[in-house]
Each structure stands twice: as structure tokens, then as C-alpha cells.
Design a protein around this ligand. Structure first.
Ligand code: BMP
Length: 251
């Protein structure tokens, strides 16, 4: 099973489109590990995957305490995504991706801005070799996203198009396992979904704290909803994850 099939099977089996972004603010290493583990335990029945960011990798260490979290997610049968937004020369990208795959992650995120040859090609090759996935950034959720993802660029044939349309085309051409489009821009999700259709599922972060709405994101074509602080910083992460899952299932 490739990553796309793996997360699709998980979303069906668990009846959830929510990807938990297991992000926590800085705190003592031991507290952080305990808190992250506790949240994962409570939230696990209501999500289809776990996304980990440098919030945990930096303080816990990839081949150190973080392994306990990755292993636990795996034991629950949850696919894991390392949100490393790979963005360097190919030789470096290959090493970075390989470390995350060796640490047990099922997929990595990457920035299509670096291009293919000596850019992301080695990442896609490493993913294929290891049976892992690559999810590309297509339009981010933050306010300034238009400055990069929204700028007008000239294609090789001289046509003027938005940057995100070029990235969506790359996602199709490179057979990416997913495309990140912010829930804060449902109109962009709609437009990008029309290009990607069911071939490349849209992962949509920015729900809750950043202002994105579950209903709008799903109606526009998002397949998965990435949710962090609305769950991780709440008094009852499990209850909140359940509410968000149920809300998503009503759409
Ligand atoms: P939150 O739900 O707390 O806003 O967290 C969203 C998560 O998704 C964070 O880990 C963030 O780094 C990530 N993310 C995002 O918010 N917008 C993007 O466009 C891409 C992301 O990876």
C-alpha cells in the first residue's frame, strides 16, 4: 500500500478526515513528551493520521524520544507525516527525507519552489524506494501566502498564471501524494481542487485558531483537515477532536 492508499484506508476505517497536528509550545523535555503522548492517547480514536512538526523533533530528537511518539502512532495504526517542508538542494533533500523515513515517518512535506532536477526529484525517488509519500505545499494558510503562492508568474510558454496553479500542475506531474492548501482560503481550495480532482488529495491546515472553517474547506474540495492548537491546547483534546470529527462528518 502506498501512502495515499494508506491514509485513505485510515480515513475510511476510522471515519475521520482529521489529521492531528501534534504541536505544543516549548516546555521541559520530559513534560513535552508526556503531554504529547497523553494528547495522542486521547485523540487517537478521532483522527486518521498524525502530523509532527519541529515543535517535537527539535526538543525530543528524531532518533531519541520522538521515536516513542512515532511508534505509538504506528501501534494505533495511524499514518505519520513529518511536516519538514523540504526546501534545499537535492543532495541535502535526499538526506533529510531519508532520515525521516528511517525514523518511521510515512510521508514528508516539501516545497515545490525548489523544482525537480537537483530539487525534489531525489525526495520523490527516496519516497518511492521506501514506500513513503510526499505532500507538496500549494497555497499556505497564513496572511502573507499571496506574496509567494499568489504571485503571478510567467510559464515557459509565456502565459501569466498564479504561482499556486504552477505548483498544482507540478503536484499532478510529479504524482504527489497530497497538496497543502490553507482552509483560510476556501476559494483557492476550490480552484486547486478543480485542477487536482481526486488524483491529488488536498490537506487543509488553518482550521480554528487561524480562522478556517471545516464546512467551507470540505465543501470546496479538501479531503483532509489538519488541526493543531484547537485540539492540542484545549482543556479536553479528546472531546474537541471528537467534536471536530463529527462536524466534518456532517458536511
Ligand atoms: P494550527 O491548527 O494550530 O493552526 O496548526 C496548523 C499546523 O499546520 C501547524 O503545524 C502548521 O505549521 C501547519 N501548516 C499551516 O498551518 N499552514 C500551512 O499552510 C501549512 C502548514 O504545514
Amino acid at each position: 500500500m502506498n501512502f495515499k492508499e494508506k491514509i485513505e484506508a485510515s480515513t475510511q476505517a476510522r471515519n475521520s478526515k482529521i489529521v492531528l497536528a501534534l504541536d505544543l509550545p516549548p516546555q521541559k523535555r520530559e513534560l513535552l513528551l508526556n503531554k504529547a503522548t497523553e494528547i495522542l492517547e486521547n485523540v487517537e480514536p478521532y483522527v486518521c493520521a498524525v502530523k509532527i512538526n519541529r515543535h517535537l523533533v527539535l526538543p525530543l530528537g528524531l532518533f531519541n524520544d520522538l521515536q516513542k511518539i512515532v511508534k505509538r502512532a504506528e501501534d494505533y495504526g495511524l499514518p505519520t507525516i513529518m511536516d519538514c517542508k523540504i526546501n534545499d538542494i537535492g543532495a541535502t533533500n535526499r538526506v533529510v527525507a531519508q532520515h525521516y523515513f528511517d525514523a518511521g515517518f510515512d510521508a514528508v512535506t516539501a516545497n515545490p519552489f525548489v523544482g525537480w532536477e537537483q530539487g525534489l526529484k531525489p525526495v520523490f525517488e527516496a519516497a518511492k524506494k521506501n514506500g513513503k509519500g510526499v505532500i507538496l505545499l500549494v497555497y499556505m494558510s497564513h496572511k502573507a501566502a499571496y506574496e509567494g503562492y499568489g504571485q503571478t508568474v510567467k510559464t515557459e510558454s509565456g502565459k501569466l498564471v498564479p504561482q499556486y496553479a504552477v505548483f498544482a500542475e507540478k503536484a499532478l506531474k510529479w504524482k504527489a501524494d497530497g497538496a497543502v492548501v490553507g482552509a483560510t482560503y476556501p476559494e483557492k481550495i476550490r480552484e486547486i481542487h478543480q485542477m487536482l480532482r481526486e488524483e491529488v488529495p488536498i490537506y487543509s491546515p488553518g482550521i480554528g485558531v487561524q480562522g478556517g472553517k471545516i464546512r467551507e474547506a470540505l465543501n470546496a474540495g479538501a479531503r483532509f483537515l489538519i488541526v493543531g492548537r484547537s485540539i492540542t491546547l484545549s482543556e479536553e483534546p479528546g472531546e474537541n477532536a471528537k467534536k471536530l470529527r463529527d462536524l466534518a462528518n456532517q458536511v
